[in-house]
Design a protein around this ligand. Structure first.
Ligand code: AVJ
Length: 329
């Protein structure tokens, strides 16, 4: 008998995504000091595809470290989680790494898996990637993280716990204050005994970090600059990509790698759909993404601040990265 499988998808209910994009681009590019474009817009189908390539670059060890830990310790991880459990994943991407957790869980219980993603393409990829696992049901949510999580939490049954996956060090996109605030918001949606498996990239030598975010092949550069191409495509703008360049540098005080797009000369760009003409000085940068790095004991402390306790931590030796199992108190 074929195992029962099903996949459902709940689509976004946001107003008009193009209008929202236009409003965010306008707000970011009219900031008086540092111009910015929110990093979430890097992750459309082109950006998610480019990130998949980044994740296999030899210089970028983060995704492989994350996956190594999950592959090696999946049974140990799920053994520590109160069951029965519904799994929700914030920003599933392709879902490749999640396989190990789902397979381990499915040996113990039938599992509902709810990936929450703003990229519909990533959700579809994830359903294809994981749909073959026996006794898993996938319900995808095309939503922002917290909206999606609220919905999953509302749908769970009384006896079910929630296990939230927030892998790949996506939390690093927040600065430390916002990261703590975000974990607190996640905690507020959870009940005591629910769990959060949090992946965090750890501090490591600066040259190694820089190479990971400024790779010689230029994939990260393409990933970053594609945001301008997206503004051209979706908002009718006239960015000349060759007049901009990718920059990745380490911000010591913030303990983060910062990605910017630097204007090579002084120029003006028009973005009709955002009702905006914006000028750049020569050398002026536009901030697109931050990738914060943590110390392992700092994560345990952060967890405590947010109302979790750190049940266990697994650290990869090859590429310092921690998988943290946090239980809601
Ligand atoms: C997807 C946020 C985990 O922080 O390393 C990689 C993003 N940007 N290379 C990271 C990213 C450029 C990545 N995260």
């Amino acid at each position: 008998m074929r195992p029962k499988r099903h996949f459902m998808m709940t689509h976004a209910i946001t107003a008009d995504p193009i209008l929202e994009f236009a409003a965010d681009v306008r707000a970011g590019l009219t900031k008086p000091d540092q111009k910015e474009l929110p990093s979430k817009y890097l992750y459309d189908s082109v950006g998610s595809g480019l990130f998949e390539v980044i994740s296999v670059l030899p210089e970028y060890g983060l995704t492989r470290a994350d996956e190594r830990i999950l592959r090696t310790h999946a049974s140990e991880i799920v053994d520590r989680v109160p069951r029965p459990v519904v799994v929700a994943e914030l920003g599933s991407g392709s879902g490749k790494k999640t396989r190990w957790i789902l397979e381990a869980l499915c040996r113990l219980q039938h599992t509902s898996y709810c990936p929450i993603e703003i990229s519909r393409a990533a959700l579809a990829m994830c359903a294809r990637e994981l749909g073959d696992i026996e006794s898993v049901s996938i319900v995808g949510f095309e939503r922002e993280y917290l909206d999606g999580l609220l919905e999953v939490a509302a749908r769970r049954q009384k006896h079910q716990h929630l296990m939230v996956l927030f892998l790949g060090s996506t939390i690093g996109n927040f600065d430390r204050t916002a990261g703590e605030r975000f974990l607190k918001e996640v905690r507020r949606i959870l009940e005591p005994g629910d769990s959060l498996l949090l992946g965090t990239d750890l501090l490591k030598p600066i040259h190694q970090l820089i190479r990971a975010y400024d790779d010689p092949l230029g994939v990260t550069s393409a990933f970053n600059l594609h945001l301008l191409a997206r503004v051209n495509r979706e908002l009718d703008a006239d960015f000349y990509l060759s007049r901009f360049e990718h920059v990745g540098f380490y911000h010591k005080a913030a303990r983060s790698v910062e990605l910017h797009i630097r204007s090579r000369d002084s120029q003006a760009v028009s973005i009709p759909a955002a009702d905006l003409t914006v000028s750049f000085d020569a050398g002026e940068t536009n901030w697109t993404e931050s990738c914060h790095k943590y110390a392992s004991e700092e994560v345990r402390h952060l967890a405590k601040q947010a109302g979790f306790y750190c049940n266990a931590q697994w650290i990869d030796r090859e590429w310092p990265f921690a998988e943290n199992l946090l239980i809601a108190e």
